[in-house]
Design a protein around this ligand. Structure first.
Ligand SMILES: *[C@@H]1O[C@H](CO)[C@@H](O)[C@H](O)[C@H]1NC(C)=O
Ligand SMILES: *[C@@H]1O[C@H](CO)[C@@H](O)[C@H](O)[C@H]1NC(C)=O
Ligand SMILES: *[C@@H]1O[C@H](CO)[C@@H](O)[C@H](O)[C@H]1NC(C)=O
Length: 465
């Protein structure tokens, strides 16, 4: 027997002896007394306060009705209020109390509520609300939100932020066509995770001010449908409205809404989103990037399913790795005629051979006249018209004039900034040939003598030098 095995044997032997020792009568009496005292303490505790020291506030102990038959507004508000009334030390941001991760559990119930769920005061943080369904009752205010991270009785000494590190997870919100799902106002580091938000009339989620609201693994739709709904034409509302900076929407499905995601702040990132909220043909938009302010938005690895992207005067916009299905396309919409720093690269577009351009300009409010560093390139198409800001064409000719028309492919009319051309000929002559004209996206090259050959031309609308 080696030493280690021997040591293990001795330890196990002792543990076994120790465990069986209540055979000793005096130890047994002490033990019984201890258990009785513990039980008395426990029952007195439960009678005075319906919560344990576990920092888990189950709403049923406050009388919330998990069957959804009677109104649970006051019960849940009391649970929330108790959860944040405990004395806590330690700060998050200056003026925001760290509640240690206290949990308000919806315990898998469906609760009818007639007023928004709010914290009684601002200036609280590190709190989790999770695990159930909230449903707006018939008298819920139509401009309200089921969970509203706004409060107007501020105890916070922090003037800039109301809340920090609030987590809303595993919650279904049924707005019952009476307003919105979640509103986050002037908050920091808010997490919305695995939520299902439906029947909203205004916004599924509205983020105003603050920064870093992270919305992930969630499902939003005004109507519960799996696509091809006969009432799709009537879908309205905005699933996610980001009127703030530095937010992220990651792995989210938007299955019905007039607009999938509205962005009017900066430095937001949208990843892995599937929009099939309302087809472009019915007037819907997947992602709408709205003025005022710089765009500064990245949209990557997302899926636009019969609904596209609209960007007003985009300044710094990146769209890549996305799949556009069902003739979905991107619109650059002029408001003051500005489009700068736009990359639409490495995407796939698929349509039904109806001649739809993958990138389109909306110049109803005035033409784009301030264009700089726009790159639409390296996209591939099936059944749609490829558009780009960089293009190459080769054509055969015989004579002294060579005109190559790029209008079919270039995004902007009359806006070639760079041309490279070369003439290949088997003729015996060595012609001089020069670039004569690039207006209207037509490149005109002239040779001094007639030649038979092929002219190759590269143009670029994106360079700013
Ligand atoms: C809403 O209706 C419920 C009953 O469903 C009632 O208890 C509650 O007081 C009403 N609230 C308002 C704000 O009218
Ligand atoms: C090119 O043009 C010349 C003169 O007009 C003509 O003689 C010749 O046949 C043409 N070549 C071709 C391939 O059309
Ligand atoms: C270039 O061509 C356009 C017609 O396409 C013409 O109006 C313009 O005068 C030409 N410019 C020059 C410099 O020849």
């Amino acid at each position: 027997m080696n030493l280690l095995l021997l040591a293990t044997f001795i330890i196990l032997h002792h543990v076994f002896i120790g465990y069986s020792s209540p055979a000793n009568p005096s130890t047994s009496d002490d033990h019984q007394l201890h258990i009785r005292k513990l039980q008395e303490f426990k029952s007195s505790f439960w009678q005075t306060k319906p919560v344990s020291s576990s920092r888990l506030y189950g709403v049923s102990l406050y009388g919330a009705d998990p069957t959804g038959k009677t109104d649970s507004t006051d019960a849940i508000l009391r649970a929330i209020s108790d959860a944040v009334s405990e004395e806590r030390v330690g700060l998050l941001m200056d003026g925001i109390t760290n509640h240690g991760g206290v949990q308000i559990s919806l315990e898998g119930g469906i609760y009818k509520i007639s007023r928004p769920m709010k914290f009684p005061v601002a200036g609280v943080g590190n709190i989790v609300i999770s695990g159930g369904t909230l449903k707006a009752s018939q008298n819920f205010s139509t401009n309200g939100y089921l969970i509203d991270l706004t409060t107007f009785s501020s105890s916070s000494s922090n003037k800039n932020y109301n809340y920090e590190y609030i987590t809303l997870k595993d919650i279904m919100l049924d707005c019952n066509y009476r307003g919105g799902g979640i509103r986050v106002l002037n908050s920091l580091r808010t997490s919305i995770d695995n939520c299902y938000i439906t029947h909203f009339t205004t916004n599924g989620i509205l983020v105003q001010g603050g920064h870093e609201t992270y919305i992930r693994n969630s499902f939003l739709g005004q109507h519960i449908t799996a696509g091809g709904d006969s009432h799709e034409r009537d879908f309205s509302g905005i699933a996610i409205n980001l009127a703030g900076n530095d937010n992220a929407v990651t792995d989210v499905v938007i299955f019905s809404a007039g607009i999938g995601i509205m962005v009017s702040g900066q430095a937001n990132v949208i990843t892995g989103v599937h929009c099939y909220n309302k087809a472009t043909g019915f007037g819907g938009t997947g992602i709408y990037l709205k003025l005022p302010g710089l765009t500064q938005t990245r949209i990557v690895n997302s899926y636009f399913d019969y609904t596209g992207i609209v960007a007003e005067d985009p300044v710094q916009l990146h769209v890549s790795g996305c799949f556009f299905l069902g003739d979905a396309f991107i619109v650059l919409k002029s408001v003051h005629g500005v489009v700068k720093g736009v990359n639409i690269v490495d995407n796939m577009f698929s349509g039904s051979n109806r001649g739809i351009d993958i990138v389109q300009l909306d110049q109803k409010a005035g033409v784009f006249n301030n264009i700089d560093q726009v790159v639409v390139n390296n996209n591939n198409v099936r059944g749609m018209n490829l558009k780009a800001t960089i293009a190459k064409l080769a054509m055969k000719g015989n004579g002294t004039l060579w005109s190559v028309d790029f209008n079919r492919i270039l995004v902007f009319p009359r806006h070639i900034k760079f041309v490279q051309y070369t003439l290949m000929t088997q003729s015996d002559v060595f012609p001089n040939y020069v670039l004569r004209n690039i207006s209207n996206n037509k490149v005109l090259i002239e040779s001094n003598v007639a030649v038979e050959g092929t002219i190759s031309v590269t143009v670029d609308q994106g360079l700013s030098i």
